[in-house]
Design a protein around this ligand. Structure first.
Ligand code: UDP
Length: 457
């Protein structure tokens, strides 16, 4: 019987990229005959163009379908997690009918952490094996499932008295809004629901690998620690699921990088949806100018209230004037810097020999892409679990310096100092060495399959 997998990704490139890579992995390493990937999106044409032509080429074994979602009437206030969970809830009937129509019937189902309600749908459809792909760290999975294992009272008590969640067998997670967890009741409730649904899956795949998160993965394997919280549901590190750089890709940024010295350029990007306020955007511009370093900066129009707002902003376009940048900035930096509007070929930039540092919002995909290309980082988290990722890369892994975002606007002097420390100083050299070591472990992990070979048969 044909082995067919149905994979579903919630909106956002940060979810689409690893789900697509997992699909390829199942075809190439796990004997799948066919994989159908469903991408839930509020903007099909944009998603298509971002995924890139290599993935859109016809392959009868690897089919990509879009599930369009109209968010115009939707309340898009609240955290990104609640927004995306709500969107996935709205998409459930369409997910169900799309999966139901598949031929041959899929035997394996995978959905990312934001769409765990679809596990029940897969069960109703009689799909044998249902999985969750965690597109972020094992540590975040630990946070989510542990939170769900506590009743609300215990959770609130732990958060407000200690200011952190003490997860068995791995690092505690500081909860920045611990003073008043009740204010975030909707977000906490969604997280607890997700954590509870995760353990209804037959298995959980995480975009990580042993050397990256040894302790946390060890805790999941330990029945006395997170193994107990998972109630026997196996956790498989399957990472790094990272889109490989496209050889020979033509792009103005890459042409420009070709002309720069080795490891001399700082790449600055806040992911697929991150935006800064007007004041912060200006401060960053001045900061970059102050470093005197070469840079590539993916610039988005400022957003005042919600740093993730541009994820759903359809008004953005590539021709919008850059009049929100400081007067004369583009002119003054034209010999050392390149400003790219909205979107750049990130994998190819990070893989380029001229790129020497990455100022990143620490979305998990960006972190992994930096590691697989051996590029040290300046960690500048904005929202979601990015602060946890920033803490991991700067603390345990020592491959980044973390900007303190708690004090409001990050001043140009601080930005310049951080960039210089990573690019020029001894501690930066140490980080570069560490990240190149980690890169080797990522390559080793790529050549291994962590899911037992007989698992799907
Ligand atoms: N990305 C890109 N070009 C850009 C911005 C983002 O190719 O200008 C890709 C990036 O390489 C990564 C994904 O979009 O694969 C963003 O995922 P991440 O988890 O880093 O952040 P998110 O966008 O989910 O916040």
């Amino acid at each position: 019987m044909e082995l067919h997998g149905a994979l579903v990704a919630s909106p956002g490139m940060g979810h689409a990229v690893p789900i697509l890579e997992l699909g390829k992995h199942l075809l190439n390493h796990h004997g799948f005959d066919r994989v159908t990937v469903f991408l839930v999106t509020d903007d099909v044409s944009r998603s298509k163009s971002l995924i890139g032509k290599t993935l859109m080429e016809e392959d009868p074994k690897f089919v990509i379908r879009f599930i369009p979602l109209d968010v115009s009437g939707q309340d898009l206030s609240g955290s990104l997690l609640t927004k995306l969970a709500e969107m996935m809830r709205k998409a459930l009937p369409e997910i169900k009918s799309s999966v139901m129509e598949l031929e041959p019937r899929p035997r394996v189902f995978v959905v990312d952490l934001l769409g765990t309600e679809a596990l029940e749908v897969a069960k109703e459809l009689g799909i044998m094996r249902k999985h969750v792909l965690v597109t972020t760290s094992a540590w975040f999975l630990a946070f989510t499932v542990y939170m769900a294992s506590l009743d609300k009272q215990t959770l609130f008590k732990q958060l407000s008295s200690i200011g952190a969640l003490l997860i068995p067998g791995c690092s505690p997670v500081k909860f920045e809004r611990a003073q008043d967890p009740r204010k975030y009741i909707r977000e906490l409730a969604e997280s607890q629901r997700i954590g509870a649904e995760v353990i209804t899956a037959d298995g959980v795949f995480v975009n990580t690998w042993h050397s990256l998160e040894q302790v946390t993965i060890g805790s999941f394997l330990d029945p006395e620690n997170l193994g107990r919280v998972m109630r026997g549901v196996p956790v498989y590190p399957v990472g790094p699921l990272v889109r490989p750089a496209e050889p020979g890709l033509k792009h103005g940024v890459l042409d420009w990088l070709d002309l720069q010295p080795k490891e001399s350029v700082v790449y600055v990007s806040f992911g697929s949806g991150g935006a800064l306020t007007f004041e912060q955007t200006n401060e960053l511009a001045y900061g970059l100018e102050l470093t005197g370093h070469r840079f590539v900066w993916v610039v988005r129009p400022p957003a005042e209230d919600d740093p993730s707002a541009s994820m759903f902003d359809k008004t953005k376009n590539e021709t919008e004037p850059l009049d929100f940048l400081p007067n004369g900035f583009l002119d003054r930096t034209k010999d050392i810097g390149l400003v790219v509007r909205t979107w750049a070929p990130q994998e190819e930039i990070l893989a380029h020999k001229s790129t020497g540092g990455f100022v990143t919002h620490c979305g998990w995909n960006s972190v992994l892409e930096s590691i697989v290309n051996g590029v040290p980082m300046v960690a500048w988290p904005l929202y979601s679990e990015q602060k946890m990722n920033a803490r991991m890369v700067s603390g345990e892994l020592k491959i980044a310096l973390q900007i303190n975002v708690a004090d409001g606007i990050v001043k140009k002097e601080v930005i310049a100092e951080m960039v210089k420390r990573v690019m020029d100083e001894e501690e930066g050299k140490e980080m570069r060495k560490n990240v190149k070591e980690l890169k080797k472990t990522a390559e080793e992990a790529l050549n291994m399959t962590h899911i037992p070979s007989a698992y799907f048969t």
